[in-house]
Design a protein around this ligand. Sequence first.
Ligand SMILES: [Ca+2]
Ligand SMILES: [Ca+2]
Ligand SMILES: [Ca+2]
Ligand SMILES: [Ca+2]
Length: 397
Amino acid sequence: MSLFSPFGVSLGTVRLLGQASQTAFGGAAPAGWSLYKSFADPASGASATVLRDDDRYIVAFRGTDDARDVARYPSLFTGQYIHFFDSLLKSLPTGAKYYVTGASLGGGATNLLADIADTAYGGKFANATFVAFASPNISNANQIVNIGFENDPVYKLLEGYRNQPSSLDNLVLATNEYMAGNYNGLHPYDDYAHGARLGFAAFTRLSQSAYYNLMQPDSVVVFAAATGKVQDIAPGRSLVGAFYLGSSGADAMVGRSGNDFLEGFGGSDLLRGGAGADRLRGGTGADTLIGDTGRDSFVFDSRPTSTSVDIIRDFKVVDDIIHIDNAVFTQAGANGALAAQAFWTGAKAHDASDRVIYDKTTGALFYDADGIGSTAQVKFAQLTKGLALTHADVLVV
Ligand SMILES: [Ca+2]
Ligand SMILES: [Ca+2]
Ligand SMILES: [Ca+2]
Ligand SMILES: [Ca+2]
């Protein structure tokens, strides 16, 4: 399972089409794709870009990506808007593989084409892949997937913001406006989460997330984009776990009472789980991790170096566990519980089999690739002093 698996579309295709939708706004074409046709109808303001790679075509509709689009919403509602593109769509070849995308009003056109693709334009778009971003109107036809932020007041506007089978409904762009309390962009109306570029950057982050395959279409995914603390603030959701994805800079992300998944990426981040069984993954940088109550797991999957020592403020032996990834802790052993002989309590290794060493007097946690061999141990975490830590507190993943 992942965010997009029910829709038969990969994250790679979503990212490709996200970039293509940016091409309609003057962004660079995706690698391997070239401009096939530009379309602009001055009378209606409708415009689109068609990209080509051999016998594959991407039709990227564009809107203005700002409030001027609203004048066209009635024609989205009636379905007439797509017909501003008739001359373009009729001119495209038959028998090709089509991808159809767009953001905002362009997303609306994408939904309208999905609705009529089985019969309109000679059926040439009947087998197209449809991915729409931040669209006010939502179709559920032709396996379209609709992507937008729940706090974007444009997304699903013409549906009264109702969840739809084709829509991702719980993605949050946690900007300063969001954290100030405008959790849905309607208090007051503010389209701060509508910018297509912001959305595109968020999807790049998704592709880098170690949690991607744990996400489902209705998962709450919070993208940190605020200068201060980030937390899901949606009402009625305090017990629902969320995925928190940080930026490449310093983030401060705090989970609520559900089972949360936090990922800091680069920068020295503060991750705090709150109640519930949380998973905290600092990424690179010197991160501060706080699990709070519940059975929390702390994941170390970046190469242990002196600049990436994470502090775990509240490790509790009875509840919590440390995960070390053998892709970077290469001598830690196979996936599963750390071998008893690979753990040692002391200032340094005492035999050749020691890999994880806890210094009870300082609280330092070390990795030693070869035990008492010639390779020096590297500190990778700072825990509290005096813990009754054992090999059972470390899982190799
Ligand atoms: Ca970060
Ligand atoms: Ca939590
Ligand atoms: Ca917790
Ligand atoms: Ca980090």
